[in-house]
Design a binder for this molecule. Structure first.
Ligand code: MN
Length: 659
């Protein structure tokens, strides 16, 4: 078993390059922490000091400066012991106290749920981070060590913490370019969040390990021969397998692990950009490249500053190897991101123009959102990867990945969002729920009288659009209630007058329906002039003297005054005339809905017709239900009105007539 002593030695050996007085400070911080955590145990049963010590060691691997290392040793003291922040300030320094405070949880929020407290803690930390980015680097080291020892937590807690890592910490690490941390955090969280998928991938890798080692050795040998001949400096690194990205690929392309191509990967690191391209040429001479897989992130770096050449080549038969080529400096910055900047330039403070998301983060802090809302904005708007969407005029709008045309509409202007009726991407109509792709030209179609639909809330991606839609409904519901209250006042003034009735839109003309009385369709009848029944109004028949069968609405106020009505009434229903069309509809619904029940209810409400005919069923994909069904309607049915009503069902994302 590893002891405190072993770890302390490791820490000290990792900081030998620091000055003597700095190393003494680090040692002093260690004894300070050890003394105050004395007697505390971790869930694993180890001494608590193991944790801050491990966090400090992880930080030395990120090339952290000595203030960060000291803060790491002290980071849980304020939270877990009687020591105050002021004491840390006087024992160490203001700077170190600031770093410690930044990673200290909020525990004193009374009457807040666990979720709110978590969100509030993240808000506090990120607010502090906008002043000193080193705080987030310490937090990453803290998270990494906690994630590595997560097995001692309860199952529920493991899942909750892992979810938060996937939502916030891993994307945040990506934003600051600390890709090594990001990958590690993702894999650790993935293991607990989707343990089945994790073990499938894991056992597959165990199965192919021999072949993987053999193939990569072959690639290395050939490359070395060729590059040495050309006298190019290089070193080759076998890449760590990143399970979570493999899992995401499987999900995205709906493939099994056997169908994923580039499970084998190596990295070639060299000393100049010119050599990167030369090596790239050599690679493509040695092996055939896979089309469409060459990416030049040197000429066009990713948003977080990532630079590299990527290509994928076919080694033997169907075996592909992904090859990354980059300089030593790129390697350092790709792996450690902002921490590497810190290491190279003293007192580095990032340029806000370079880090747009950080600027956005600062703006969000000023918005005064509720804790849960803040968490969602962070997760869905700020930390998502960006895609670039073009307006028809050629303006570029940045959107979080996964955004829909509707998110785009709201980003342009909230009025465009409210009046959005449809969207075209690259000239073709696409559904409003369909995620946009990078580089699309998107044209929003608006309608003068179009209004937001509640169903939008089930597929909208950005918190920005969600907020706008919700506030639209909030203000219109207020208006509705005002109108209703006004109506009530009016009603009470005329108590004796007829009660206002719900006026359903007519989707079927009464000509297309006939009346069935006791199973008999060929009776002569007429409609009462007082209430003018119309499908699907509930109806009742009255056998009059001289004028035959008269059909009234069931709730017609006149029938109460007809003598003998109760004796002479007869049950009547609407039925379709013989000629009718079959209409087929295709729909998309949320995963948790029962679409046939919900759609069926609306169809019945507006037409009196059941979905009696073919139900072809539905199936779930990507968290959505797809399906279709057919209904017999009269020829002149107002289908678009019916669709409009069905689209008001919150769980129905879309419905279209098939033919
Ligand atoms: Mn900690």
């Amino acid at each position: 078993m590893i002891t405190n002593e072993d770890l302390l030695q490791k820490l000290l050996s990792n900081v030998v390059s620091l000055t003597e007085s700095k190393r003494e400070d680090i040692l002093r911080a260690y004894y300070f922490a050890e003394e105050h955590h004395k007697g505390q145990k971790r869930l694993s049963g180890e001494e608590y000091i193991i944790h801050p010590l491990s966090v400090a060691i992880i930080l030395t691997e990120f090339h952290a400066d000595y203030e960060m290392i000291i803060a790491a040793l002290l980071h849980d003291i304020v939270e877990d012991t009687a020591v105050s922040l002021d004491e840390i300030k006087s024992a160490f320094s203001d700077n170190i106290a600031l770093l410690v405070d930044g990673v200290t949880k909020i525990t004193k929020l009374k009457s807040a749920s666990k979720r709110e407290k978590k969100a509030e803690t993240i808000r506090k930390m990120l607010f502090a981070m906008t002043k000193d980015l080193r705080i987030i680097i310490i937090k990453f080291a803290d998270k990494l060590h906690n994630m590595r020892t997560l097995q001692f937590m309860s199952k529920e807690k493991r899942k909750r913490i892992s979810k938060e890592v996937i939502d916030i910490y891993a994307p945040l690490a990506g934003k600051v370019g600390m890709n090594l941390v990001k990958d590690q955090l993702e894999d650790l969280a993935f293991k607990w969040l989707h343990s089945d998928a994790y073990s499938i991938i894991n056992s597959y890798f165990n199965r192919i390990e021999k072949d993987r080692v053999r193939t990569l050795a072959l690639v290395k040998r050939k490359l070395t021969d060729q590059l040495q001949k050309n006298n190019i400096y290089f070193r080759i690194k076998s890449r760590a397998k990143h399970f979570y990205s493999i899992y995401k690929k499987m999900k995205k392309y709906n493939k099994s692990i056997e169908e994923i191509f580039d499970l084998y990967g190596i990295r070639i690191i060299t000393d100049s950009i010119a050599n990167c391209y030369q090596i790239f040429g050599v690679v493509h001479i040695l092996w055939q490249p896979l089309p469409g897989r060459f990416k030049d992130y040197i000429a066009k770096p990713k948003d977080n500053g990532y630079k590299s050449l990527h290509t994928c080549v076919i080694i033997e038969k169907r075996k592909a190897v992904e090859i990354q080529i980059r300089t030593e400096e790129m390697e350092e910055i790709n792996e450690y991101g902002i921490a590497a900047h810190w290491y190279y330039k003293k007192n580095y403070q990032p340029d806000l123009k370079e880090l747009k998301w950080l600027k956005q983060l600062k703006e969000v802090h000023n918005e005064g959102l509720g804790s849960i809302e803040y968490y969602k904005t962070l997760r869905d708007d700020i930390l998502k990867d960006l895609i670039y969407i073009f307006t028809p005029k050629g303006d570029i709008i940045e959107m979080p990945k996964g955004s829909t045309p509707l998110d785009f509409a709201y980003r342009i202007h909230s009025e465009i969002g409210h009046r959005c009726r449809g969207a075209k991407a690259n000239g073709k109509i696409i559904p409003l729920y369909k995620p946009l792709k990078n580089g699309m030209v998107v044209d929003i179609i608006t309608g003068k009288d179009s209004n937001p639909k509640e169903s939008w809330l089930s597929f909208i991606k950005t918190s920005h659009a969600r907020k706008k839609i919700k506030s639209w409904f909030a203000s219109h519901k207020q208006q509705d209630t005002d109108i209703k209250q006004e109506n009530k006042k009016q009603e009470s003034k005329h108590v004796n007058k007829e009660q206002p009735k719900e006026n359903l839109p007519k989707i079927i003309s009464s000509k297309d329906m006939q009346i069935e009385v006791n199973g008999e369709k060929n009776l002569l009848y007429s409609f009462a002039k007082c209430c003018k029944p119309h499908p699907p109004d509930p109806i009742v028949g009255f056998i009059s003297r001289g004028r035959g069968l008269i059909i009234h609405k069931k709730d017609c106020h006149n029938i109460k005054s007809i003598k003998d009505f109760e004796k002479r009434k007869i049950q009547a229903n609407w039925v379709l005339r013989n000629w009718r069309n079959i209409y087929t509809f295709r729909f998309m619904a949320t995963e948790d809905s029962s679409p046939f029940d919900e759609i069926g209810r609306v169809i019945y409400k507006y037409s009196g017709i059941f979905i009696e005919s073919k139900i072809f069923g539905n199936h779930t994909k990507d968290g959505r239900k797809d399906g279709f069904f057919s209904v017999k309607f009269p020829k002149k049915t107002n289908i678009s009105l019916l669709l409009k009503e069905i689209r008001k069902i919150p769980t129905i994302l879309n419905i279209e007539k098939e033919y």
